[in-house]
Design a protein around this ligand. Structure first.
Ligand SMILES: CC(C)(COP(=O)(O)OP(=O)(O)OC[C@H]1O[C@@H](n2cnc3c(N)ncnc32)[C@H](O)[C@@H]1OP(=O)(O)O)[C@@H](O)C(=O)NCCC(=O)NCCS
Length: 166
């Protein structure tokens, strides 16, 4: 398996994967809108591809803001059901974190499972001064401060516009 950047020709397969992973259509619709948005970042749209060329997993982060500071919001992340719990999601997460660090992004924020993301270093966002867009998310709104994080990265997190339609 390799992790590589998404190419435009991959999009039908990526969208089919997200539809297979998530029972509700909301994630696939969100992803279509993220692909078309100004906040799309090519370096942070990653596929896990098998030796045979099948896309097994996918992750995207798009531009968001902590107060006025550009950061990123991660999601959706998905791995084909037949390939889950074999390390594909972890490989995508590590590649995504490395790529964000390489771009100088100060922090990654996400809404997700408290059983999964802490293994990558994510902590409740408010514990590092990043305030959730929705207080009802509680500690499931998490953040990972990266190498470029500094004390000025504080305030309300704002996702790109497509997340407002979810
Ligand atoms: C969540 C998901 C992306 C994880 O990908 P994956 O390839 O299955 O994960 P990995 O194999 O890298 O798992 C690493 C560890 O996380 C655990 N894990 C996997 N999915 C998990 C989940 N949903 N919740 C909690 N732990 C999970 C694995 O058991 C494994 O634990 P171990 O290291 O102790 O054995 C994948 O299961 C998936 O697509 N799930 C459905 C969609 C989804 O929930 N997306 C994320 C939204 S928050």
């Amino acid at each position: 398996m390799i992790i590589r950047r998404e190419q435009a020709a991959d999009r039908p397969e990526i969208l089919a994967l997200i539809e297979a992973v998530f029972p509700e259509p909301v994630e696939a619709r969100l992803l279509r809108e993220l692909f078309a948005s100004r906040e799309y970042i090519p370096e942070l749209s990653l596929v896990a591809e098998s030796e045979g060329g099948e896309i097994l997993g996918y992750v995207i982060s798009t531009r968001g803001w902590v107060g006025e500071t550009p950061a990123v919001g991660l999601g959706p992340l998905g791995v084909l059901p037949a390939y889950q719990k074999q390390g594909v999601g972890s490989a995508l997460m590590h590649a995504s974190i490395d790529a964000a660090n390489g771009l100088g992004v100060p922090a990654i924020a996400l809404l997700g499972s408290a059983d999964y993301y802490p293994r990558f270093g994510f902590v409740p966002a408010d514990s590092v001064g990043i305030i959730s867009p929705d207080p009802s998310w509680g500690s499931l709104f998490m953040a990972l401060p990266l190498e470029g994080f500094h004390s000025g990265v504080r305030g309300h997190f704002k996702y790109s516009e497509p997340f407002n339609n979810v």
